[in-house]
Ligand binder design. Structure first.
Ligand code: UDP
Ligand code: MG
Length: 317
């Protein structure tokens, strides 16, 4: 098959038997019109319905269709991650497999990505229930934007386009696919937003409920920490350690002064307990920071990972 693929479309699919045929024909119609050389990568995330069979039929029929079948359900993040691994295009577009994203928007994204590295879809007129989906998502987008400093209206929209070197450099865990723009911002990428259409889910069921909110918050803590301190953990742990230990030393120093100079009895004072506790906590935090520093070295040096990302090198010829 042709190796010069311009665009890889990646769709995570979990039990979407009624949607696959339609999704494929809509994608094909839109992409054929653009004249771009593309491939469609369907990741079957351990589906238990007719999905694997339908995807394998598409793969036989159309050489542009690549299918990756997982052995079991690994989750949407893993599915997208596999899509990035197998994508050969210079640009990678991710799209939901349930027809909620509109393939007609893809050309808009491709147009926009000429001037930047990541284009995020924004479902500005989202067709999901308000209380259970849109409200939590609005709050999440606001918090993620503030915490990571990458302001986007719609982190959760799967329809996004990436330059392949951006996503190929990112490892995803947990539910982190939604944080790709924030993680990528560490690399110094340019991010744009495009308003996209959104449709109600016609067939099949949503795979998520409210419990996702908590998981997203926990992942956000990880992302924020990694973005700010992944190569210098002592600076955050050490900072808190010094503050805590310093406060403890002041308190115990004050109590020692009372005891030694004025002979006051300090044995029954809660302050003593607090002072000792703060010193122990401070020591613990600094040790944790040092352990973190060792882990960072093991992580980067054992894999020969640089702690920087290069756009290009201009060497003397
Ligand atoms: N999905 C997946 N693995 C999972 C859950 C979901 O590949 O474990 C796919 C699903 O088939 C769909 C996309 O991820 O194509 C988004 O899922 P869903 O529509 O359920 O999420 P929502 O739109 O409700 O946020
Ligand atoms: Mg959906």
């Amino acid at each position: 098959m042709n190796n010069n693929i311009d665009v890889s479309i990646v769709a995570p699919i979990y039990n979407e038997e009624e949607n696959i045929g339609l999704l494929y024909s809509e994608l094909k119609m839109v992409m054929d019109k653009t004249g771009i050389n593309y491939e469609i990568i369907f990741i079957d995330d351990g589906s238990t319905d007719r999905t694997p069979k339908l995807l394998s039929d598409l793969n036989k029929k159309d050489e542009r269709v690549v299918v990756v079948n997982f052995r079991r359900n690994f989750g949407q993040t893993a599915a997208m991650s596999a899509g990035f691994d197998y994508a050969r295009g210079e640009v990678i577009v991710t799209i939901d497999g349930d027809l909620q994203n509109d393939p007609e928007d893809i050309p808009k994204l491709l147009d926009k990505i000429k001037e930047c590295d990541v284009v995020s879809g924004w479902r500005f007129d989202r067709k999901d229930p308000f209380i259970s989906r849109r409200l939590p998502s609005m709050i999440a987008n606001w918090i993620i934007s503030k915490v990571t400093g990458v302001e986007l209206h719609d982190y959760g929209c799967t329809l996004k386009a990436y330059r392949s070197d951006v996503v190929k450099n990112i490892r995803l865990y947990g539910e982190m696919h939604r944080f790709i723009p924030a993680i990528a911002s560490w690399m110094g990428v340019k991010i744009a937003e495009v308003r996209t259409n959104h449709r109600p889910r016609k067939f099949g069921k949503s795979k998520y409920g409210l419990s996702r909110t908590l998981r997203v918050v926990l992942d956000l803590i990880t992302v924020k920490f990694l973005l700010s301190f992944s190569t210098r953990p002592i600076q955050i742990f050490g900072l808190f350690g010094v503050i805590s230990g310093g406060a403890g030393i002041l308190i115990t120093g004050y109590l020692s002064y009372l005891k030694l100079i004025h002979g006051v009895n300090i044995g029954g004072r809660p302050l003593l307990l607090l002072g000792v506790f703060l010193i122990l906590l401070g020591v613990q935090l600094i040790i944790m920071g040092l352990l973190g520093e060792m882990l960072v070295r093991i992580y980067y040096e054992s894999q020969d990972k640089p702690i920087y990302v290069i756009r290009k090198v201009s060497d003397k010829k």
